[in-house]
Design a binder for this molecule. Structure first.
Ligand SMILES: [Fe+2]
Length: 271
C-alpha cells in the first residue's frame, strides 16, 4: 500500500589494489525475486530463483490488480495461529462448513450449499451465493459482474498461501505462513478499505470489523482445524476423503501433489 517500492542504492569505490566497489546494503541484505502490482507485493523466498512471478500469478493477478488496492486505505493487521497450512487453506475453499462452523456469523449472510469455481493455473476464484442473491434477478446479465458483495461474494486464492475476501465493510487479505512447527500456521490478516474513513465513528467500525473477522477465523475456522488435526494425529484415519462437492479442495490438493512430485512434464491438474 502507499505507492511503489523505490530502492535506493549508494555505492562507494574503495581504494584497494583492485578498486572494489561496495554498495550499501549489498553485504547485509539478501535480495529476493519479487513482483509488485495493484498494491500487493509477492516475493519468492529462494534468492536465486528465476521464476517469472507475473506469469505464475496469471489471470488472477489481472483480476486483483483491477481492484486498484494500491489506492486503498490500510486498516491494520491481526496475527493468529492455527493448524497446518493445508488444513487452514481448506477452510477458504468451500462454504459447506458455514452452517456448522459459522451458524451465527457467516451463515446468516451466505448460503452454505452453493458455490462456483474458476481457476487460473493453481489459483482459484471461489464464488459464494449471498442470501439476498435473488435481488440479482432484476439486474441485466451483462451488468452482473459489477455486483460483487451485493448478491454474491468471491474469495480469491493465490496458491499456495494467500486468500483475499472482499466485503462491503472491509477487505481481508490473509497470508497463511507454514510453521513454526509442521502442525501449525501463522496467519497474518491484513485489512483494507477502498476509501479512507469518513470520521472517527467510521474508523472505529472498521477496527471492530477487523477484530470480528479475526475472531471468526481464529475461533470458528482454525479451532475446527486444530480439532481435526487431533483426530488425524491418532494415526487411526488412514486417508482423508474430499467429496465431489469440494472441487476447490480437490483441485488445491492435486496442485500441492503436482508441485511436491517435482515433475514439470506431468499433466497439470484440471478443475
Ligand atoms: Fe470458515
Amino acid at each position: 500500500m502507499g505507492g511503489p517500492l523505490r530502492p535506493t542504492v549508494h555505492c562507494v569505490r574503495l581504494r584497494t589494489p583492485r578498486n572494489l566497489e561496495v554498495c550499501e546494503g549489498a553485504r547485509d541484505l539478501v535480495q529476493f525475486p519479487s513482483h509488485e502490482e495493484g498494491g500487493l507485493i509477492f516475493a519468492v523466498l529462494t534468492p536465486d530463483s528465476d521464476v517469472d512471478i507475473r506469469a505464475y500469478l496469471g489471470g488472477m493477478m489481472d483480476d486483483v490488480a483491477a481492484k486498484g488496492m494500491d489506492q486503498w486505505t490500510y486498516v491494520g493487521n491481526r496475527v493468529i495461529h492455527g493448524p497446518n497450512w493445508k488444513v487452514a487453506y481448506d477452510g477458504y475453499l468451500e462454504g459447506y462448513h458455514f452452517k456448522a462452523a459459522h451458524p451465527e456469523t457467516i451463515e446468516p449472510r451466505t448460503h452454505s450449499n452453493i458455490m462456483e469455481y474458476d481457476a487460473h493455473g493453481p489459483h482459484l476464484l471461489v464464488g459464494f451465493a449471498a442470501k439476498n442473491m435473488l435481488t440479482l434477478g432484476e439486474v441485466e446479465q451483462n451488468e452482473l459482474w459489477q455486483h460483487e458483495t451485493r448478491g454474491y461474494d468471491f474469495i480469491r486464492l493465490f496458491f499456495p498461501n494467500v486468500s483475499i475476501f472482499i466485503a462491503p465493510e472491509i477487505t481481508q487479505v490473509a497470508q497463511m505462513i507454514p510453521g513454526p512447527g509442521p502442525m501449525e500456521n501463522t496467519t497474518i490478516l491484513h485489512f483494507l478499505h477502498p476509501n479512507p474513513p469518513e470520521n472517527e465513528e467510521d474508523n472505529t467500525a472498521r477496527i471492530e470489523m477487523a477484530d470480528w473477522l479475526r475472531d471468526v477465523v481464529q475461533e470458528e475456522d482454525y479451532n475446527v482445524g486444530l480439532k481435526l488435526q487431533e483426530g488425524l494425529a491418532t494415526g487411526l484415519m488412514k486417508s482423508v476423503l474430499l467429496g465431489r462437492n469440494e472441487r476447490g479442495n480437490q483441485y488445491f490438493h492435486r496442485w500441492v501433489k503436482w508441485f511436491a512430485d517435482g515433475d514439470e512434464s506431468a499433466p497439470k491438474p484440471e478443475l
